[in-house]
Design a protein. Structure first.
Lengths: 550, 339, 282
């Protein structure tokens, strides 16, 4: 063959091989890079005053006096926004007016219950009558024809002097009707539909940004509504919703719609709401007081259901507990099995059978381990507790994953014990030690670093597994382990980093609003596994140096 | 003549070290020692046999649940007929509707899904892994090897859920935007990620195989004037073919057994892609089916047993692959042993 | 001398471990616990209820698992959970199995929901009939242009078969017929939302509480899903959301408080905040 062609083929081959390694390195960087980088934003970010509020109310951290001062300052900066919104809303927000009317009705009901001299039948009659009035008022709010609205309001107000309602909260209804009558004279009902939807979006954005208005926070509110945007990247996202309206418009027929962004100033041009947006843009810092925060307690804190705020402390504890327990089961079994295979076993069929079993165990898919754990360990625990315990718990998880990592420990231990130079063993035996003593005092300590490598690698493997835990005890939301007595821990269900990462990526609606939590959890998991692996690599290099150096 | 003080010292030291006993054991001590060592060995054997017990239990319990899926009926004739129908349905039909009334348990689409994803990943992983192994064993100097090996090991260490996260958050939109594929959760996505996961296994086993070939064969080839490429391709790799095939099989096992990545990124449509070469279609693998439906199914329902059947199929398949790879690795070690 | 150092280190670690165990046990208290399991649609409501409960009573622990309506029912029957969230009524087999196990399951309607059919916001199609949706999911209509959209292959998403949301669609839209094999399956409502909001040619369905500006809800048979159309019965794919218990819970017990929480004002506000419709639309 042509020499030049062969040389080119050679270069090509070498190039292709080196390219493969480069590709793998690139793949490693591409995979790890974004996840680790985005995950660090869970710990390092610009936190707003809302974040400090969260820390104080939920985790009792921070200086209340300083925070109160900050809150006062931000309230002052936000006040013009609320004022503008309120003014505009009165004419537009039929939903709120409706809600107010319904609220009055409920209050009346409560008041009537405690009123003396009013029998139950009379009460029902008054309430029914008032409900009619309320519905008429609501119809008046909703109708878009001024004359019709005026007529309905007149009807409501015709009952203003009804003595049954005198001195009760019912009079507020009539005040509302009168207010609306006045408003009607100055307002153009035609444009109301247009503005209503846009105003909803603006209000929602303001709620997302600032949280509930001062004094209006309720105890039962879900976590994501209790506070405003607590990070600057969230502020930026919600500010975008506030300052720009996005609609999907048809550009060409038969083609997908195209997103169009309109500044809200255009949308609300000429109304009293227009200056709000410029005001917001100019005063963002004053309204939020961002500060660079290092939230290292992320790794210690528990998270609220949905992970809206809080950290991964509970998951870390869960993962560590399960893996530690698993190693506690697998380590003695593994090392003793390895000792047997190296020292005592002959080369017969039975031993080959054992080796084959170990290899089979190493090859079983992790989800099959999960099935096995479900049908064996979970059922076992359920049976042993007489049905009292549902079976899914930390113990079942640990046992399942112990069986999974057993081959890893056996293989690593076997290799480590074999690597101990024979001279050590022979010297000990020559000095008169029994086989057992020789093993325990000479071979095992010498092999310990290698065994340790195996243990660390199996720790990292167990920490990263998800499939075995799906049916045997992992939960998305449960009490943190530290709220239980230590001897109760094995019987609880547990949150784990690996299962949590899956749940937060696929199943959690709220976590979608706070992507830094998703990335943060994956980063913590990868970080934990990487630390363990690097530790193992270090230990192993120390071993090889030691054994090479003799 | 012995001097008394040193003598008694020596005797005391000997006594404390247990050397004051006569060298000959009494029959009782001998017997006890023998029994002791026997029990010790038996104990060790039992503990070592725990892995056999584990494998046995796994097979038994999974097969027991799957058994109830296949065996129903009173007379042997009924049982045989039911069994035959079931087997035909499982391996012949692509309709997997276990919660429908009447339920259909055709697993062909699921098996095909696993096959597609595995085959796709092996297609990418084998060249990549083999070339990397060649690089690590023959081309790179020691220092570069010390850098490259940790890279490969780190790739192996990343948890599968992190790979799945990456696949669904970053690869899926990338596929949709760059290539205009309607849905980014498909065979292509899952295969790429599984390939990256399988490569470390292939690299480490292949590297062992290539190194085991030894210097003499390589030197002979170079002496005859071959270039490095020709040596590797025509001499070393064929000599190491046992180990390399074992490596491929182990990589395949890793891909088949993987759950999280395919659950999150393969789309979960229970179909065989049509046309058969369209890798941008979504599939569902056996492992994803078990993961998805295992959490929701009632214990002791037929659906539950069908999931264990899938588990059994997986178990048997990986067992066969494992045995094959062990056999090949054994041959490799035998071949590579110096005479 | 090296050995001594090692033993000191090991001893200290052991002491810390023991101290930690003891400290943990000291800090524990007896807790009343409740396990709620089931639908991913009712899940957010249960989560919020659990959170509110645990805030009000510090010795109460509520665990919520969202594994699908089917598993919730099974867990309740098997005794593995205390309250089951279901986004559909119990099937006959489930009911009979419960009776066999010795109790009568009781349904508590906590909210109303409308299953919204959603598409990507860039999709020009704004309305479909139930017949068209059925044809799409059976594979008879394969391209958006056949229903007035762009020339794109339809990407169908569905929930898995144990989901109550799926059952609703199955009963009210699919007429109990099977879906085509090419349908991609997602595991939960948020997952469906994520896929449809990032796939231009997608169509899927979620509970009303999961519709936001990233997806668009279609008019079905001319009716847009909203609280008014669902409560009045105009919207064709409406359903109640249930919490089931074993028998009627004893008044004053934790279970009773949990399943009647939706009747309180706080509960109603939580339900509304989650995007569902409180049953007493006061």
């Amino acid at each position: 063959m042509n020499v030049r062609l062969r040389r080119i083929a050679n270069r090509g081959f070498t190039g292709a091989s080196v390219l493969s390694v480069v590709l793998l390195t690139a793949a490693l960087l591409i995979i790890l890079g974004p996840m680790l980088f985005k995950g660090t934003t869970a710990v390092f970010f610009h936190g707003t005053v809302e974040f400090r509020k969260v820390q104080l109310h939920e985790f009792s951290r921070g200086d209340p006096a300083a925070l109160a001062k900050e809150i006062a300052a931000t309230e002052k900066a936000r006040e013009p926004i609320y004022r503008l919104l309120d003014e505009f809303r009165r004419g537009i927000d039929t939903g709120r007016l409706e809600g107010e009317a319904r609220h009055v009705y409920r209050e009346l009901g409560k008041q009537l219950k405690h009123r003396k001299g009013v029998g139950p039948e009379e009460r029902i009659r008054i309430r029914r009558f008032f409900r009619g009035l309320r519905n008429t008022l609501i119809d008046a709010y909703e109708c878009t024809d001024k004359d019709e609205a005026r007529a309905l309001l007149k009807e409501v107000l015709s009952h203003a002097q009804d003595e049954r309602l005198a001195g009760t909260v019912g009079e507020r209804l009539f005040r509302m009707a009168r207010d609306y009558q006045e408003l009607l004279e100055t307002f153009d009902l035609g444009k109301r539909e247009e503005y209503a939807a846009a105003l909803d979006e603006v209000q929602q954005a303001v709620r997302n940004l600032f949280g509930p208005e001062a004094g209006k926070s309720k105890v039962g509110m879900p976590p994501e509504d209790r506070f405003g945007a607590h990070r600057m990247d969230m502020v930026r996202r919600y500010a975008d919703d506030l300052l720009y309206a996005e609609t999907w418009v048809e550009v060409e027929k038969g083609r997908p719609l195209v997103k169009k962004r309109i500044p809200r100033e255009e949308q609300f041009a000429g109304t009293t709401l227009e200056p709000l947006f410029g005001l917001f843009r100019d005063n963002v810092d004053a309204m939020f007081r961002p500060r660079f925060t290092v939230y290292w307690q992320y790794f210690l804190d528990d998270a609220v259901p949905g992970h809206y705020f809080g950290g991964v402390g509970e998951e870390i504890l869960g993962t560590l507990t399960v893996t530690a327990l698993a190693i506690a089961f697998a380590f003695p079994l593994g090392v003793i099995s390895a000792a047997y295979l190296v020292e005592v076993a002959g080369d017969n069929v039975v031993v080959r059978f054992i080796r084959m079993s170990i290899n089979t165990l190493a090859g079983v898919p992790s989800i099959v381990f999960g099935l096995f754990g479900l049908v064996f360990f979970v059922m076992l625990i359920q049976a042993l507790s007489g049905g009292a315990h549902k079976g899914e718990c930390v113990l079942a998880c640990a046992l399942t994953v112990a069986v999974l990592v057993l081959p890893v420990i056996i293989r690593a231990s076997e290799e480590a014990i074999r690597a101990v130079p024979n001279s050590y063993k022979e010297a000990a035996l020559a000095l008169g030690a029994s086989r057992l003593r020789c093993f325990v005092t000479v071979q095992l300590p010498a092999a310990l670093p290698g065994i340790l490598t195996g243990v660390i690698l199996s720790l990292s493997r167990a920490a990263g597994e998800t499939a075995p835990f799906l049916f045997v005890g992992a939960a998305a939301t449960t009490d943190p382990l530290w709220e239980y007595a230590a001897w109760d821990w094995p019987w609880q269900q547990v949150q784990m980093l690996s299962y949590g990462a899956y749940d937060v990526a696929m199943n959690d609606r709220i976590a979608g609003m706070v992507p830094h939590q998703q990335w943060g959890m994956v980063m913590t998991l990868i970080g934990l596994v990487l630390i363990l692996n690097i530790l193992a690599i270090l230990v192993r290099s120390r071993v090889s140096r030691k054994l090479r150096g003799g | 003549m012995s001097q008394s003080p040193e003598d008694s010292d020596r005797r005391a030291a000997a006594a404390s070290a247990g050397f004051d006993r006569p060298l000959l054991l009494t029959p009782r001590e001998d017997l006890l020692g023998y029994v002791g060592s026997l029990t010790g060995r038996a104990g060790l054997f039992l503990i070592a046999a725990s892995s056999v017990l584990a494998v046995f239990l796994i097979f038994v319990f999974i097969a027991r649940e799957a058994f109830l899926f296949f065996i129903q009926g009173e007379t042997p004739a009924e049982i045989a007929e039911f069994l035959w129908n079931r087997v035909c349905e499982v391996f012949g039909s692509t309709a997997w509707y276990p919660e429908q009334d009447p339920a259909e348990y055709g697993m062909l689409a699921l098996i095909a899904g696993s096959f597609y994803v595995t085959f796709g990943s092996v297609l990418v992983a084998v060249p990549l892994g083999l070339l990397t192994a060649v690089c690590l064993s023959d081309i790179f100097p020691f220092t570069l090897r010390q850098v490259a090996k940790p890279v490969v090991e780190l790739l192996a260490a990343i948890p599968s859920v992190a790979y799945g996260f990456f696949a669904v958050m970053l690869v899926k939109p990338w596929l949709q935007e760059t290539f205009g594929i309607p849905s980014g959760a498909n065979v292509l996505n899952a295969s790429l990620i599984l390939a990256v996961m399988a490569v470390p296994t292939i690299v480490s086993v292949s590297e062992d195989a290539l190194t085991a070939v030894g210097r003499p064969l390589r030197e002979a080839s170079y002496a005859l004037g071959a270039t490095r490429a020709e040596t590797m391709v025509r001499v070393v790799i064929p000599a190491a073919h046992n180990g390399i095939i074992a490596a491929v099989i182990l990589g395949m096992m890793r891909a088949v057994g993987e759950t999280m990545v395919v659950w999150m990124a393969a789309g979960n449509a229970k179909q065989i892609p049509h046309p058969w070469w369209d890798l941008t279609e979504s599939v569902r693998t056996m492992t994803a089916t078990i993961a998805q439906e295992g959490m929701d199914t009632a214990r002791d329902s037929m659906h539950f047993h069908s999931l264990f059947t899938i588990g059994l199929i997986l178990l048997v398949f990986t067992f066969v692959l494992n045995t094959l790879s062990e056999f090949l690795l054994g041959r490799m070690k035998f071949r590579g042993a110096k005479p | 001398m090296r050995i001594k150092a090692r033993w000191i280190v090991a001893g200290t670690l052991g002491a810390i471990l023991v101290a930690g165990v003891l400290a943990g046990s000291l800090g524990a208290a007896e807790k009343e616990s409740l396990l709620v399991q089931g639908s991913t649609t009712v899940g957010p409501i249960a989560d919020a209820f659990a959170d509110a409960f645990m805030r009000k009573h510090s010795n109460v622990s509520v665990t919520v698992k969202k594994t699908g309506s089917g598993d919730g029912a099974k867990a309740l029957i098997d005794g593995r959970c205390d309250v089951a969230d279901l986004s559909r009524f119990m099937k006959q087999e489930e009911y009979t199995r419960a009776v066999e196990k010795g109790f009568l399951p009781v349904a508590h309607v906590v909210a109303m929901d409308g299953v919204s059919v959603i598409v990507h916001p860039s999709n020009p199609v704004k309305a479909l009939t139930t017949g068209q949706i059925r044809a799409m999911y059976r594979g008879k209509i394969a391209n958006w242009k056949e229903v007035g959209g762009t020339d794109q292959e339809i990407v169908l998403y569905s929930r898995d078969t144990s989901s109550g949301t799926y059952e609703t669609i199955h009963k009210l839209v699919m007429d109990k017929k099977k879906m085509a094999p090419g349908v991609e399956y997602v595991a939960s409502n948020p997952d469906m939302h994520k896929h449809v909001s990032t796939t231009k040619a997608a169509i899927g369905y979620v509970g009303l509480g999961f519709v936001d500006e990233k997806v668009r809800a279609l008019r079905v048979d001319g009716v847009m899903p909203s609280s008014r159309t669902i409560v009045s019965g105009k919207y064709p794919i409406a359903r109640p959301l249930f919490m089931w218990t074993r028998g009627f819970p004893k008044p004053g017990s934790l279970i009773y408080a949990f399943v009647t929480f939706h009747l309180s004002e706080e509960g109603q506000e939580i339900i509304e905040a989650k995007g569902f419709i409180p049953v007493t639309n006061y």
